[in-house]
Ligand binder design. Structure first.
Ligand SMILES: Cc1cc2nc3c(=O)[nH]c(=O)nc-3n(C[C@H](O)[C@H](O)[C@H](O)COP(=O)(O)O)c2cc1C
Length: 214
């Protein structure tokens, strides 16, 4: 089984995320590949990112500025795959989600693991611009953002009374995303077990140090 973390990325009172996540979580739990854990950022009141080399302390067992940051890093590190549920704020993800990604610091918790996104918004665009920004963030976090996504437009009208999307293609799209996460999650789990390269930044630093030595 793959450890799939579903990250709910908006936290405000009355959020539309609550229209979306029950359907996503139910479909993910029904998928045979996954052991699902929901990480609702409401339950993770992470401080605004403030980590430094000093707050990290011992890199092999980092302290961080706050115990919740340590717990967050350990939780992300334990995952094999990620499914983000995000809306679009000012053409990007909510600040609380960006902060949660930034807070995965020196643990490389997203590294060499697949991630996909279900987005939603009140507009017809369905959070597509947040999807694109998020993919860029995940690349920098050394993760593997997948091509297929599920944008849900006009979110307040998108679900029926049973919590299922009115448009059957929305459900089909989620099925495709879950299958992709299962395939990539399995492939990358094996690849990580066979051995990983050190992060590129470490290799670059080593090369620069060697060059400086002459
Ligand atoms: C600060 C803010 C910025 C927003 N920016 C966008 C946007 O760029 N594009 C869009 O389609 N909707 C935008 N919206 C509307 C959201 O799609 C809509 O409010 C959605 O319900 C937000 O998700 P939430 O309720 O889970 O927080 C914005 C809403 C807020 C509060």
């Amino acid at each position: 089984m793959l450890d799939l973390k579903i990250i709910i990325g908006s936290t405000r009172e009355g959020r539309s995320a609550d229209q979306v996540h029950p359907w996503v979580v139910e479909r993910a739990r029904a998928h045979e590949a996954f052991d699902v854990e929901v990480l609702d950022l409401r339950d993770w009141p992470l401080p605004m990112f403030a980590e430094t080399i000093q707050t990290v302390g011992d890199f092999r067992d980092p302290t961080y500025s706050d115990p919740i940051v340590k717990r967050w890093n350990q939780t992300i590190k334990a995952a094999d795959a990620f499914l983000f549920i995000t809306t679009e704020y000012n053409h990007s993800v909510p600040g609380v989600l960006k902060n949660a990604i930034d807070s995965v610091f020196v643990s490389y918790g997203f590294r060499n693991k697949p991630s996909a996104t279900v987005s939603y918004s009140n507009s017809l665009v369905g959070g597509a611009r947040a999807i694109e920004h998020l993919a860029h963030m995940i690349i920098e976090a050394d993760g593997v953002p997948l091509r297929n996504t599920v944008p849900v437009g006009r979110v307040l009208q998108a679900f029926d009374e049973d919590g299922m999307p009115h448009d059957p293609m929305t459900d089909v799209s989620l099925g495709i995303v879950l299958d992709d996460l299962a395939w990539w999650g399995t492939a990358l789990q094996k690849a990580r077990a066979d051995g990983e390269l050190p992060p590129g930044t470490f290799r670059l630093r080593a090369a620069m140090a060697a060059q400086a030595k002459g």
